[in-house]
Design a protein around this ligand. Structure first.
Ligand SMILES: NC(=O)C1=CN([C@@H]2O[C@H](COP(=O)(O)OP(=O)(O)OC[C@H]3O[C@@H](n4cnc5c(N)ncnc54)[C@H](OP(=O)(O)O)[C@@H]3O)[C@@H](O)[C@H]2O)C=CC1
Ligand SMILES: O=C(CO)[C@H](O)[C@H](O)COP(=O)(O)O
Length: 481
């Protein structure tokens, strides 16, 4: 920390793991950073432990924090999403002047961000909802940053945020996503894809373990190998780390002693709720959210085990080699589906809210820093560069070929899992989505017939325009509706 009286360039309030690491990242990039936390112990700890890393200005109160800043002020809020964020904004706003910028880097719901942006705009302030991904390590060494808000605010903030973001091939993993809540919407979908990706990885592990008879250590090696091919990604890389780790207390693989109840903070659920509102089928994300919920239904699981017994899976090491390759292909194809669904949701939201999202740019800023960073995001960027109005990622030439090539293995994995009694909701739903999208006819025609029967909800025909109703309880003739 320096003792100079120069005003700070930027401020961070909320110094838990994310905020303190983001402040350190800013300081390491040469910015004079004002820092504040509701309880000052965290501020003191940051200065004591990391003050030597750069130019920090500790503040006991928000008044002090605001007073320490150059104008227009830029204040990053990194506190719990929801009411705590509102509490900080309410305290901060009366202290600010027109033109100042408040940046919410937490995992806010995009609708809250839209509300806050509108309210602060009324007061002449800029409110920037910025999704930040990468966990504590990313916050410190370079996260992926997804800022929304006005273009004007990005002109001020962009250079700072881009400088502290992860860089891939010299390109920062930060771009102005779009107005008002666009940044937090994109971060929410990022997290939804994160859920789907992790569920698929978990299913792959389960199959190799229970059907292939492989140990966590052996599966760790498989994931390590996969990480040098198409599947190369942060999540595949850390899967190898987690599976290869032994519990120091018991000496068994750690994964075998971790309780099998997956928790969630809510961003995956939000993604599905918003997809339902937009009418976008994000089946992979939904299955992932529900799989976590099911894992937590401990009493129901116990009752079902007692009623039916656990599936007796006969593991066979003989089939392991074929299984490993099949599961790799099923994982890749299902992953492509999950990303296709997430990008579809962003496209729908962009149209709904007039955000004009550049989907290729979203793939670009997810290539580094964030949890879903993966080699194939380059392919996604290329696909949208070629055709920004792509109907679905699945029909891009590269992904079309990749999914087609994987199809036979994907089906073998799903059939084998179903026969063995190993639940693979992610793989199954991805395959069903693929089959449904490409079907010439869907049984939705029967659904429409049934709706018309019981509720006179009408139907359209394949051979002419208009809406029709059949007089089901009369002479069953058809009338124009
Ligand atoms: N952890 C992660 O990997 C990631 C987190 N995020 C998001 O970043 C934000 C910060 O996350 P994280 O660092 O994990 O911290 P937490 O989400 O655990 O939040 C703790 C911080 O919030 C502050 N806080 C809580 N309630 C209030 C309040 N009413 N008024 C003022 N401050 C309050 C705490 O202050 P005090 O110390 O006084 O209690 C503390 O600084 C969250 O929105 C989170 O969702 C985003 C990406 C990844
Ligand atoms: O935002 C993140 C990464 O991008 C967090 O890690 C995410 O919130 C974790 O979510 P959950 O606890 O629901 O699994």
């Amino acid at each position: 920390m320096t003792t100079s009286e120069a005003p700070a360039r930027i401020a961070v309030t909320g110094l838990a793991v994310m905020g303190s690491n983001l402040a350190r990242n800013l300081a390491r990039h040469g910015y004079r950073v004002a820092v504040h936390n509701r309880s000052s112990a965290r501020t003191k700890a940051l200065i004591e432990e990391h003050g030597h890393e750069g130019d920090f200005v500790p503040a006991e109160t928000l008044e002090e924090l605001v007073a320490s800043l150059q104008t227009p002020r830029q204040i990053i809020i990194m506190v719990k999403a929801g009411a705590p964020t509102d509490a900080v904004i309410d305290e901060l706003v009366p202290l600010l002047e027109p033109g100042d910028m408040v940046i919410d880097g937490g995992n806010a719901h995009y609708a809250d961000t839209r509300r806050r942006e509108a309210a602060l705009r009324e007061a002449g302030l800029h409110f920037v909802g910025a999704g930040i991904s990468g966990g504590e390590e990313g916050a410190l060494n370079g996260p992926s940053i997804m800022p929304g808000g006005s273009k004007e605010s990005y002109q001020h903030l962009g250079p700072v945020l881009e400088s502290i973001a992860a860089q891939v091939d010299g390109v920062p993993c930060c771009v102005h996503v779009g107005p008002d809540g666009a940044g937090h919407f994109v971060k929410m979908v990022h997290n939804g894809i994160e859920y789907a990706d992790m569920q698929l990885i978990a299913e792959a592990y389960d199959l190799l373990n229970r059907v292939g008879g492989m140990t966590p250590t052996q599966i760790a090696e498989v994931f390590r190998g996969w990480n040098s091919g198409d599947l190369e990604s942060y999540l595949v890389e850390i899967t190898a780390e987690v599976l290869g780790h032994f519990d120091p207390e018991t000496g068994v693989p750690l994964v075998d002693v971790i309780a099998d109840e997956a928790e969630q903070k809510g961003t995956g659920r939000w993604t599905v709720q918003e997809a339902l509102e937009l009418g976008v089928p994000v089946t992979g994300i939904a299955e992932a959210v529900f799989a976590r919920s099911l894992s937590g239904r401990v009493e129901q699981r116990k009752a079902a085990r007692e009623a039916f017994g656990s599936p007796e899976v006969l593991a066979s090491e003989r089939i392991a080699d074929q299984l490993v390759e099949d599961v790799r292909q099923a994982l890749y194809a299902s992953k492509v589906v999950a990303y296709a669904q997430g990008f579809d949701q962003m496209r729908a939201a962009s149209a709904e809210y007039g955000w004009d999202l550049d989907l290729g740019a979203m793939a670009t800023i997810w290539r580094g820093g964030c949890i879903i960073r993966a080699r194939f995001l380059d392919r996604i960027r290329e696909a949208y560069d070629k055709d920004p109005n792509l109907a679905s990622l699945l029909v891009d030439e590269y992904f079309r070929d990749a999914v087609r090539d994987a199809e036979a293995a994907w089906r073998r994995v799903v059939v084998g899992a179903v026969e063995a009694g190993v639940p693979v909701p992610g793989f199954v739903s991805a395959l069903a989505y693929y089959d449904a999208l490409r079907s010439e006819r869907l049984p939705a025609s029967l659904v429409q017939g049934l709706r018309d029967f019981f509720g006179a909800h009408t139907y359209r025909r394949t051979d002419r325009e208009g809406s029709f109703h059949t007089l089901w309880s009369g002479d069953r003739s058809q009338v124009d509706a």
